[in-house]
Design a binder for this molecule. Structure first.
Ligand SMILES: Nc1ncnc2c1ncn2[C@@H]1O[C@H](COP(=O)(O)OP(=O)(O)OP(=O)(O)O)[C@@H](O)[C@H]1O
Length: 736
């Protein structure tokens, strides 16, 4: 017999429909379908179905259905229940259909596990189904209903189709809901009651309205009126028709309407959607409006949180940005992580004046101080009064807190002092034209100042290279330009003074060990190394444009497109390093070497100086780095890892765009600088930032996240939309 394909739902619905006709039939057990062979050989003919109809009880048919489901490999159960709203089509089948396969329309329902599954059934089933459908009383079309868990504002709910056919009693709906909720959240027992969103008890299936949401309560829990997570609305609400609009407006009476965002756009509140202005023509899809909401509302800002508890209460700050605040629920989660209530999740948030915060925009409006509550009772009279000590703490915060867009009063903050001596780059050819061959006297004179004897130079280096000018002078090393005699190629010779590194020799070993492993276009390559008694000699790839510190001093600040090139190169180098489990630990403009064009534009950037680099096998605790660029977790001594490099790169990106660092202290004093870094509070002050776009601000905010767990990785930097702009124009894709 020819085998055709329809979805398993058709079999299920046939069983369900048949069962509705046969509910009262008691008959001998039907022959069981237990194997693939049975199905394909017998291929469920019309006769078989009718036979079963006459002899099976509902429960037996259901049992057979379950056996089929268990047998069929493709029935792995997609949890999206009622995905196709009862419409059964062959396109979800996994076996190929022969001509004659039919697509069936039906208002019937499907179980969660069967939603995406397929089985082979004879086309006769279609005929039988049609016959049965026409011979029975008209059925109520399945309604798509969303269910939340009582009291859980974070659970996004589950939408299932509900019809009289599917659920012959409330008990069976309870059973299904218990099973489905258990799959995704912890529930204290079986679902026993269903409430409307206003807390009205639902007693019959007919009271469940299509496209609406309800709350499932387990055991005998009272209805909890919280702002349920309506982040994922039932499909029917994606656009507002006149009908759904009236429904929504009716329900909206129970909710505080969201504040209007843009003319005619939908404002999303924690309840049904409300329309702000305009007629039906202003309708826009919900998901689009959600984006408008997030993109227009969210900008990096620091809010102050008062944790509910015994007075004086804990006061803390949290940086909100597009990464941690894409939705209202995400902000609550971020607040939950910061305030750490004894009662767990933060479920209620109020402004200082006691207004309930119900939507994302409320976190980015005029209020920036919020009370955070869990499930505890709110004593409005007492809770919203601040004690003197609390008020003082808030005043201090207010003094230091300047949010984005504020105008910077006072002198422009300065760059820190350069940590290495700068040497003006010489015109390459001139320098070596003067000394094409080895000139011992000249070379000895060159090395005299740093106190190096010419005889100390390793033979390999003396024989192959001509020494040029000193081009760099760090804390532990000097760097000279050298030329390979045979090829005429330029290199840099870094001579590390071991005496200056007494007790820290392992850093030199690590620098060489790490550099030997590396091969990346944005990382200086190590050509050769020679270890001598008093010095370590490294022959390095040479970069002609000097370091980024000097480039910043020259340019004062860079355009977004120039900054983008640099941050891409830096992130590319970091992501390569980090993929090898190596942290640089001293990323700063002095350690970034640049190739410039004749106009001073940066063409290429390369990461240098691996003197503090090391492999990360566990959390690191050594306090090291350079103050302006040091990450808060280093200062807090809580252990750190690869993400400290991302922090430093965030500081550099900020500097590139405005010419000064985000965290500064008067007279470069370290203590207030460290306090500022630990506070995580910085700003994008006008006029320096007035022409800098939101994209790069967002990237910086993500790189300067105080919490390393939330902070971007180097890969995230490369994937950020601002970094990726105009990517085809440059950026080499390089992998190990
Ligand atoms: N490969 C190179 N090409 C061109 N210039 C270089 C190169 N390597 C280093 N320099 C220059 O030399 C300076 C000092 O080099 P480097 O940072 O490696 O020294 P250091 O003593 O390890 O520094 P620190 O003081 O951070 O320990 C750099 O800031 C840079 O200006």
């Amino acid at each position: 017999m020819e085998v055709h394909t329809v979805t398993v739902n058709s079999l299920h619905c046939t069983v369900t429909e048949l069962s509705s006709l046969k509910a009262s039939t008691s008959a001998p057990a039907s022959p069981k379908v237990t194997s693939k062979k049975n199905i394909s050989n017998n291929a469920v003919s019309e006769a078989t179905i009718i036979e079963r109809l006459n002899h099976s009880s509902t429960c037996e048919l259901e049992k057979e259905y379950n056996e089929l489901k268990n047998w069929h490999g493709s029935l792995t159960g997609n949890k999206s229940v009622g995905k196709r709203n009862g419409s059964l089509s062959g396109d979800s089948s996994t076996t190929s259909a022969t001509p004659g396969t039919k697509t069936m329309e039906s208002g019937v329902t499907m179980s969660s596990a069967s939603a995406m599954a397929s089985l082979t059934v004879a086309p006769a089933v279609v005929q039988i189904k049609k016959r049965i459908s026409s011979s029975r009383t008209p059925a109520r079309k399945a309604h798509r209903i969303k269910f939340f868990r009582n009291g859980d504002r974070f659970y996004s709910g589950i939408t299932i189709p509900v019809s009289n056919e599917r659920y012959r009693s409330f008990e069976s709906l309870y059973e299904d809901l218990t099973r489905l909720l258990e799959e995704s959240v912890k529930i204290p027992g079986a679902v026993r009651t269903i409430y409307s969103m206003c807390g009205k008890k639902i007693n019959t299936l007919d009271e469940l309205e299509d496209g609406q949401s309800y709350v499932c309560s387990c055991n005998n829990e009272q209805f909890k009126k919280v702002e349920y997570n309506t982040g994922s609305q039932p499909l029917v609400n994606l656009t507002l028709s006149n009908n759904s609009r009236s429904n929504n407006q009716r329900l909206a009476k129970n909710y505080r309407p969201a504040s209007p965002l843009k003319n005619g756009s939908l404002a999303i509140s924690n309840g049904p959607i409300t329309v702000c202005g305009g007629g039906p023509d202003n309708r826009i899809p919900l998901n689009a409006s959600r984006l408008i909401n997030r993109d227009t509302v969210v900008h990096p800002r620091i809010v102050t949180l008062i944790r509910n508890g015994t007075k004086p209460r804990h006061i803390m700050r949290l940086l909100l940005n597009k990464r941690n605040s894409p939705s209202f629920e995400h902000v609550l989660t971020a607040i939950t992580q910061v305030v750490r209530l004894d009662t767990g999740y933060v479920r209620k948030v109020f402004t200082l004046s006691g207004i309930s915060v119900v939507q994302l925009a409320d976190f980015f409006g005029p209020d920036d101080i919020f009370f955070a509550y869990g499930t505890e009772r709110i004593n409005t009279a007492e809770d919203f009064k601040l004690e003197a000590e609390e008020q003082r703490a808030i005043n201090v915060i207010r003094k230091t807190l300047r949010t984005a867009g504020t105008t910077y009063k006072g002198p422009k903050p300065k760059m820190p002092i350069k940590s290495k001596k700068a040497y003006p780059p010489l015109v390459d050819s001139e320098e070596f034209k003067a000394a094409p061959a080895p000139d011992e006297q000249r070379e000895a004179a060159l090395l005299k100042n740093p106190g190096i004897e010419l005889d100390d130079l390793p033979v390999d280096i003396r024989d192959s290279y001509t020494l040029g000018q000193i081009i760099g002078d760090g804390n532990f090393a000097i760097v000279l330009k050298i030329m390979h005699r045979q090829t005429g190629n330029l290199y840099a010779l870094k001579i590390i003074d071991k005496n200056k590194c007494k007790g820290k020799e392992h850093y030199i070993d690590a620098e060489v060990r790490v550099m030997k492993k590396l091969d990346h276009p944005n990382i200086i390559s190590l050509i050769m190394n020679v270890d001598k008694h008093s010095n370590m000699y490294l022959v390095l790839e040479y970069v002609s444009g000097g370091d980024l510190f000097d480039a910043i001093t020259q340019a004062t600040r860079f355009s977004e497109s120039q900054s983008r090139i640099m941050i891409r190169h830096l992130a590319s180098a970091m992501s390569y390093l980090h993929s090898m489990g190596i942290v640089h630990r001293d990323i700063k403009p002095e350690n970034l070497l640049v190739e410039l064009d004749e106009h001073g534009n940066v063409l290429e950037l390369k990461l240098a100086d691996f003197g503090l680099a090391c492999e990360v096998n566990d959390l690191l605790f050594a306090v090291c780095g350079t103050p302006t660029y040091v990450a808060p977790e280093i200062l807090l001594e809580v252990g750190y890892g690869l993400k400290i490099d991302v922090w430093a790169a965030g500081i550099i990106l900020y500097i590139l765009l405005c010419g000064f660092p985000p965290f500064v202290a008067p007279d470069n004093q370290q203590e207030p600088l460290f306090d500022a870094i630990i506070s995580g509070i910085y700003e994008f002050p006008d006029p320096y930032w007035s022409d800098v776009g939101d994209g790069v601000r967002d990237l910086i905010a993500n790189m300067l996240q105080s919490d390393p767990n939330v902070r971007f990785t180097s890969e995230d930097i490369l994937d950020h939309y601002w970094t990726m702009e105009n990517e085809q124009n440059e950026c080499k894709n390089y992998s190990r």
